[in-house]
Design a protein around this ligand. Structure first.
Ligand SMILES: [Zn+2]
Length: 345
């Protein structure tokens, strides 16, 4: 890779870190009309002509009027289908409808864009793309498994010739785990699903950084691999514990994920620039697509027609990127296996 390309990558890195710093906070919940609607709704249990069953109960689950056996079932409290979430959703829709008539752009409420629910699913488009990404990950992982175990020759002790088999298996499992919780979280956004989504995203991004370093630098012996992985696993674990048990800090988490994401794109980009690997163009394409996808995370535009926002497009972009990455991994397994076999002969 030449100097120019390297300089460009460094520039991109700085541009990205500058943009991360300029992410802004939500304003919808500060709107006085929205606030008045919420206060009214929690008192009367209605927004306009719509009234909510959950508002017949006070926030601790005790019925406001009626005997004890009308207590709200525990599972509904656990799912957080309560008066507050019904009121927030319908006040938001009512306010957004007014704003749209006045020609105002959508604003965020409690940190989230206003989405239209479909059959109770909060972000149906993001759910669909997460499910498709999950399917694509599964396909990629299975085809990698079949290639290594049934198509390529194995060592006399039945192990694969390819040195990175175990790493890609863990990568595949963490990726599928992430897409599963992403689909769940976008269906129903409560504290538990949000923590599961964020934690599995951090684990997935963190582990893919480890794979990037080990593969790009050809780290093959066990001791050096542990030297690379141990500090990163310690960092990622600490960060996940911090998010779950101390503070779910969105700003900090965005920075951590961005830093790990940009670093692995840089590593892959530079590697693809210097290597003579026959499938390096796939890595280049992945780095290009991955950088554009990262930009989507930063230019966080509101949902079009209440459905497709930047985050959903980002999940859509993951589908071809997933295909591309597994396609490279399969090529790499074949390439390394034949190189090792040539050495043996
Ligand atoms: Zn998501």
């Amino acid at each position: 890779m030449n100097r120019m390309a390297l300089n460009r990558l460094i520039l991109l890195f700085f541009a990205l870190s500058f943009l991360v710093a300029s992410l802004d906070a939500s304003e919808g919940e500060a709107d006085p009309i929205y606030k008045a609607c919420l206060a009214e709704c929690e008192k009367s249990g209605c927004v306009g002509k719509r009234c909510f069953q959950h508002c017949k109960f006070s926030s601790d689950g005790k019925p406001i009027d009626g005997p004890w056996y009308f207590q709200e079932p525990l599972y509904q409290k656990w799912k957080q289908w309560d008066c507050q979430s019904d009121c927030r959703y319908h006040c938001m829709l009512a306010r957004e409808e007014q704003r749209e008539k006045l020609g105002d752009k959508p604003v965020k409420y409690h940190g989230k864009w206003p989405f239209q629910r479909v059959y109770g699913i909060q972000e149906p488009v993001a759910v669909a793309f997460s499910a498709l990404s999950l399917a694509m990950q599964f396909h990629g992982w299975i085809s990698f498994f079949i290639l290594l175990n049934y198509k390529l020759p194995l060592r006399p002790d039945k192990r694969t010739y390819y040195e990175y088999t175990g790493l890609w298996h863990i990568y595949g499992i963490l990726a599928m785990n992430f897409w599963l919780w992403s689909a769940v979280f976008h269906s129903r956004d409560v504290e538990l699903t949000e923590k599961l989504d964020y934690s599995s995203a951090v684990a997935y991004i963190g582990f893919s950084l480890i794979v990037a370093i080990i593969r790009a630098f050809n780290v093959r012996d066990e001791a050096s691999r542990v030297m690379v992985a141990a500090p990163l696993i310690a960092f990622v674990t600490t960060h996940i514990l911090y998010l779950n048990f101390y503070k779910l800090d969105y700003g900090l988490n965005t920075k951590v994920c961005m830093a790990m994401g940009v670093t692995q794109l840089l590593i892959w980009g530079i590697w693809a620039g210097v290597t003579s690997h026959p499938s390096r163009w796939k890595v280049w394409l992945f780095v290009l697509g991955g950088s554009l996808a990262l930009l989507l995370q930063i230019y966080d535009f509101p949902p079009y027609k209440g459905f497709v926002d930047a985050h959903a497009v980002w999940h859509a972009a993951s589908i071809p990127l997933t295909y591309l990455s597994w396609s490279f991994v399969r090529d790499d397994a074949e390439f390394r296996t034949s190189a090792l076999l040539k050495k043996v002969k």
